[in-house]
Design a protein around this ligand. Structure first.
Ligand code: PLP
Length: 397
């Protein structure tokens, strides 16, 4: 018999995965080219060829025992140094390798950080809409996720509401920038004001409140938009980064956690993240990927490809009459459902072989998430189907 804690998770297996399965079913019925599956955030841009080359070179050139061996649980020293140097070059920070822990993607990193800081009954505050796994990650440590309701006009964080929702039990505020599912970027001014709220609440309650910034989409920012680097504005900030999207490596499970030296208890916090990573069973981040990063730390994905998709889909959908905030980052559009019940809208879309995910999967009903990390051709071919869908709701009258 499975545990009581797991039962609801098994029963409510993620709506995104259900959609993915539905996509495969429809493709079997109508042919893959006639199904427009916008349900999954799986990058369609291939990993840069230099990354594949570096993996091959590591295998050919480096000592096999080292490449496939255990290393310090925090990661290879030269990999952590490469990460720290890259951050310092790009963001004017002062990291050294001791401040960096290599982890298994953002999911592994978030779990290690949450395990490191949470006691049962503690609270983590986040802003709706958010990546729903946050709820499970926080529950893993018998803590509670508290949601700040969304501002559905801008999808920027409501800082007055945040202030009211921080309590004695709040250990951390968790943000995701650029944001999944809205594609919105929280600008520097917002982060500065958020930091002021957190400092004030830290003084009130007499303990640290960490700002955890989940950043798998950091490099996916368009039209020159800047993603502020949180440790520059708040010292109790922890950055959780992943190469899943920035180098199209989601299956390889590689990322890092950065803890600035002036965070409270920085040394024991970093140590706790390393040990959490170990006792959670990850032990260390995948070795081959760490070796690759020493050679490829500043490689970039084909941002143009995502940007082309973003423009095509945003323009196509808004011309049909759909409403959505123009995304500045990530690879998602968060579109207002023309009916209050967005599940109904998802069902209607399915009849046109269009698949997307209901906003309730991101704690924000009344919207749907459309992932445009698909081929440009899929988007082009989907537009007539979107037009018919809009006609059904009399949007383009
Ligand atoms: N956080 C957010 C907001 C995500 O969208 C995802 C994946 O889609 C993750 C974390 C997990 O990323 P990773 O594959 O690096 O574990």
């Amino acid at each position: 018999m499975i545990s009581k804690k797991m039962r609801p998770l098994v029963e409510n297996n993620s709506a995104i995965r259900v959609m993915f399965e539905e996509g495969k079913r429809l493709a079997g019925l109508y042919g893959a080219e006639n199904v427009y599956d916008f349900s999954l955030g799986n990058p369609n841009v291939p990993a840069p060829s230099s990354v594949n080359q570096a993996i091959a070179d590591v295998l050919l050139e480096e000592d096999s025992v080292t490449v496939h061996g255990y290393m310090s649980n925090a990661g290879f020293s030269d990999t952590r140094k490469a990460v720290a140097d890259s951050l310092n070059r790009r963001f004017g920070t002062r990291f050294n390798e001791e401040n960096i822990v290599m982890i298994s993607g953002a999911a592994g990193g978030l779990n290690a950080v949450l395990k490191a800081i949470l006691d049962p009954g503690d609270e983590v505050v986040t802003f709706a809409p958010y990546f729903l796994e946050y709820r499970n990650y926080v529950a893993n440590y018998d803590a509670r996720l508290v949601e700040v309701p969304p501002d559905t006009e801008t999808f920027q964080p409501d800082l007055a509401a945040l202030r009211n929702m921080i309590t004695e039990r709040t250990r951390a505020v968790l943000i995701n920038n650029p944001n999944n599912p809205t594609g919105v970027i929280y600008p520097k001014e917002i982060i500065i004001r958020m930091a002021e709220v957190l400092r004030e609440r830290e003084r009130t309650y007499g303990h640290s409140i960490y700002l955890i910034s989940d950043e798998p989409y950091r490099e996916l920012a368009y039209d020159g938009a800047q993603v502020p680097f949180v440790t520059r504005y708040y010292s109790n900030a922890i950055v959780v980064y992943s190469f899943s999207k920035s180098l199209s490596l989601p299956g390889e499970r590689i990322g890092y956690v950065a803890v600035p030296e002036d965070a409270e208890d920085a040394e024991s916090l970093t140590q706790a993240v390393v040990i959490a990573n170990r006792v959670l069973g990850h032990v260390n981040a995948p070795s081959l990927m760490q070796r690759m990063l020493v050679r490829c730390i500043d490689e970039e994905t084909d941002l143009e490809a995502y940007d082309r998709n973003r423009k095509l889909l945003y323009e196509g959908l808004t011309e049909c009459g759909f409403q959505c905030v123009k995304p500045q980052g990530a690879f998602y559009l968060f579109v207002k459902s023309p009916t209050a019940d967005e599940n109904q809208f998802c069902e209607a879309a399915k009849k046109h072989n269009i698949l997307f995910v209901p906003g309730s999967s991101f704690a924000c009903p009344g919207f749907v998430r459309i992932a445009y990390c698909v081929s440009c051709d899929t988007i082009r071919r989907s537009l007539p189907a979107f037009e018919k869908l809009a006609e059904e709701y009399h949007l383009n009258m």
